[in-house]
Ligand binder design. Structure first.
Ligand SMILES: [Cu+2]
Length: 451
């Protein structure tokens, strides 16, 4: 549904993003230069870190300093005798109340173990680490408490933050590979029948930048092409099987006669590799449906699913009275998946490769969610509130509002949003481990960009 003007506004936003990134990098460069002068200038800059030795532990156990000359001043506040060993150096055995300073010389970025080598003390947990980090402030290691790695492997919060920002900017700045789910136009036959040609085939599909999988597809995309019919249409779908295994199409949520339901062996024989099968039915009532293989879960999870709609869900009068539009400015089909070779994804793509969506203030968007995965996904668009107007292709007698919609496997929900505020609004599954990791956003995340 992306138009030229929407593409332009995306480019405008991308340029804005580049400008902000440049500003950020510029600031970063200034602060780095400043720190570098301090550390390298006279050579007299020394980081002195104080540690106390208590009962079988160092306090703090994890310390940090910037590259350069590092000294550790250690004081024994315990009733027992302790020492400190690091980088081949060792204090004397310190009696209660005694202090000593170790000069470690000039150190570059790295992580260095420290411990007490009195018999049994190291084994009892009297250990720690010195982290030499760019921009570190001498003292306790930020983000680490009692040895728990709150930075998930990052040496410091700055590099963690930079990694998160980098992933987020990739969503804006990287060229996108083709998206699936594009509407397929039919061939109209002499008697008015709309014929759609689908080829089941395995193709290379880029799920996220650099992650290319062998996807099982209809017509080479994930999701499969969007099929749309009007009520009353006579429809033919010609399926050619170029897969190495048998297949079928089930019309999930679409009213058809039993012999078109696509469930081998009950309603048809499987469509064998190298053969063709034609589904034929009349679109008798509105639907927000999904079509997918019924010949093994793997075929579906690996990509053989697509949206199929008949007519359009009506916006209820009660919402129109509140300022909603009768006709949406944009319909967004969003197919959720979480397994197979595709994995955690929106419309066959993982963040940062996911498709951004664009709207203007005052627009009304209509979102059809489809869950083709193995788990429910509570989908959350950061503002504005949404109204559920249909479930599984049936208009609700009373719409209901929410900001998070828990779409279960197999379900289709139709939600309308009236767009009120400009900006970049994150849009993601709210099972947070489906959307964010220590290095930033991933998986089931996209954004609605409002001008
Ligand atoms: Cu999820």
């Amino acid at each position: 549904m992306t138009t030229r003007s929407q593409e332009r506004s995306f480019l405008g936003w991308a340029a804005f993003g580049v400008a902000v990134a440049a500003l950020f990098l510029g600031m970063f460069a200034i602060s780095t230069d400043g720190g570098g002068e301090q550390a390298a200038g006279s050579g007299s800059q020394v980081s002195v870190i104080e540690i106390e030795m208590g009962s079988m532990k160092f306090t703090p156990p994890h310390i940090m300093a910037p590259p350069g000359r590092v000294q550790i001043k250690v004081t024994n506040v315990d009733a027992a005798v302790h020492n400190l060993v690091i980088l081949g150096q060792r204090t004397s055995d310190l009696q209660p109340g005694q202090s000593e300073t170790l000069d470690l010389g000039i150190l570059d970025v790295g992580v260095f173990d420290l411990w007490c080598d009195m018999p049994g003390h190291r084994e009892a947990g009297m250990i720690g680490e010195l982290h030499i980090l760019i921009n570190a402030v001498p003292g306790p290691l930020t983000g680490s408490v009692d040895g728990v790695d709150h930075l998930h492997g990052f040496p410091d919060w700055q590099s963690m933050d930079a990694a998160m920002d980098e992933r987020a900017w990739r969503f804006v700045e990287e060229a996108k590979s083709p998206f699936g789910g594009q509407r397929l136009e039919p061939t109209v036959l002499g008697d008015g029948t709309k014929r759609f040609d689908l080829t089941a085939e395995i193709v290379d599909w880029e799920v996220e930048p650099g992650k290319i999988v062998q996807a099982w597809t209809y017509n080479g995309t994930v999701p499969a092409p969007w099929l749309h019919f009007e009520v009353g249409d006579r429809v033919q779908v010609v399926l050619e099987n170029q897969l190495p295994s048998p297949t079928s199409i089930h019309w999930h949520g679409v009213y058809v006669k039993n012999d078109q339901d696509g469930v081998p062996p009950y309603t048809q024989v499987s469509v064998a590799p190298g053969t063709t099968f034609t589904y034929e039915f009349t679109a008798v009532e509105k639907a927000v449906g999904i079509y997918h293989s019924h010949s093994g879960a793997e075929q579906v999870l690996d990509g053989m699913f697509g949206a199929v709609t008949i007519g359009q869900m009506e916006v209820p009068e009660v919402l129109v009275e509140q300022g909603f539009k009768e006709t949406p400015d944009q319909i967004i089909n969003m197919v959720l998946n979480d397994a197979g070779v595709i994995g955690l994804s929106l419309n066959g793509k993982s963040f940062p490769a996911t498709e951004p969506y664009f709207a203007n203030v005052g627009d009304m968007i209509m979102v059809n969610y489809y869950n083709e995965g193995l788990m429910p996904h509570p989908m959350h668009l950061h503002q504005p509130i949404g109204w559920v107007i249909a479930r599984d292709g049936v208009e609700l007698l009373v719409p209901w509002a929410g900001d998070t919609f828990n779409i279960a496997p197999g379900e289709r929900w139709t939600v309308v949003h009236l767009i009120k505020e400009p900006g970049v609004w994150a849009w993601h599954c709210h099972i947070l481990t489906h959307a964010e990791r220590a290095d930033g956003m991933f998986g089931m995340v996209t954004a609605l960009i409002v001008s």
